[in-house]
Design a binder for this molecule. Structure first.
Ligand code: ATP
Ligand code: MN
Length: 157
């Protein structure tokens, strides 16, 4: 059985829809635990053209936003009594950060959306680049939850 679930989220409606879908079929207890991750790439002061103060402010804002997104996703699992935790992960590209977490964290499966924030402005039938790359890299199963009608997904709730 899949017990350790890696659920990458970017806060998009589609990734929220993926979380709602996972929360629907996962059973609380029996060792099931969902780790919700958001990958952020922080500026590195020594490598940045910006001054140190700007870098710190920028990074703090990124982390605060990431934490808010993670908490919203966590609430979906909390409501169902499903064990979960949240984590900000780092690395560029995002797909590599997710793959590293998947490998080092001993997960059984990755569950993610077919699109993300980028999709919300374009056509509905393409696969997001993060999803595509995670599928290409991953050594564990990847469950992709599609949303072909943005605005009708459960991410709206
Ligand atoms: P693109 O980024 O290629 O323009 P997109 O934003 O529509 O397209 P993706 O970024 O591939 O699509 O998003 C697909 C899924 O990947 C999301 O539903 C989410 O599960 C995951 N994802 C995307 N970005 C991140 C991130 N920064 N951290 C964690 N998971 C992410
Ligand atoms: Mn994206």
């Amino acid at each position: 059985m899949f017990k350790r679930i890696l659920l990458p989220t970017d806060g998009s409606q589609t990734s929220r829809h993926a979380a709602f879908t996972a929360a629907e079929f996962l059973k609380a207890g029996q060792g099931v635990e969902v780790t919700i991750v958001l990958a952020v790439s922080l500026l590195v002061a020594e490598e940045s053209d910006f001054d140190g103060e700007y870098v710190t402010r920028h990074n703090n804002t990124m982390v605060m936003r990431a934490e808010a997104v993670l908490q919203k996703a966590a609430a979906i699992f909390a409501e169902k009594g499903i064990a979960h935790n949240t984590k900000i992960i780092h690395g560029d590209p995002v797909s590599l950060a997710i793959d590293k977490e998947a490998t080092s964290g001993g997960y059984d499966i990755i569950i993610m959306g077919s699109h993300g924030l980028g999709m919300e402005k374009t056509d509905t039938h393409y696969l997001g680049s993060v999803t595509e790359r995670v599928i290409r890299r991953s050594e564990i199963p990847v469950m992709v939850i599609p949303v072909h009608h943005i605005g009708k997904g459960r991410g709206d709730e």
